[in-house]
Unconditional design. Structure first.
Length: 99
């Protein structure tokens, strides 16, 4: 639990959350109310529309042979490794990757 006044870590003491930095106190039950309020907040989902992805005409789909595919990059391994390029065929919807 973090202090709403100064942002420091609060510790439980005598049935209350106490901030050692600024002295702010609040009942432990109030923490549950804060957690429930945070759960009620709206979640926004961003959907990637395939037509907004870059298109590469030189790629050939290994499944249907269509020339051209949408692609995106994603870091799938550790940070010191190169990212993985994912392709999506606009004709058959097949997805494949290139390392």
């Amino acid at each position: 639990m973090f202090c709403p006044k100064c942002g420091s870590l609060m510790h439980p003491r005598d049935g209350k959350w106490v901030c050692d930095n600024c002295g702010y106190e609040m009942p432990i039950e109030e923490k549950q109310e804060i957690v429930e309020e945070a759960k009620k907040k709206e979640t926004i989902v961003i959907k990637k529309d395939i037509e907004t992805l870059p298109y590469d005409e030189s790629v050939i789909c290994p499944k249907c042979g269509h020339q051209g595919a949408y692609w995106m990059l994603q870091q799938t391994r550790s940070a010191d490794e190169p990212e993985t390029r994912f392709y999506i065929c606009p004709k058959c919807g097949y997805r494949w990757r290139e390392y």
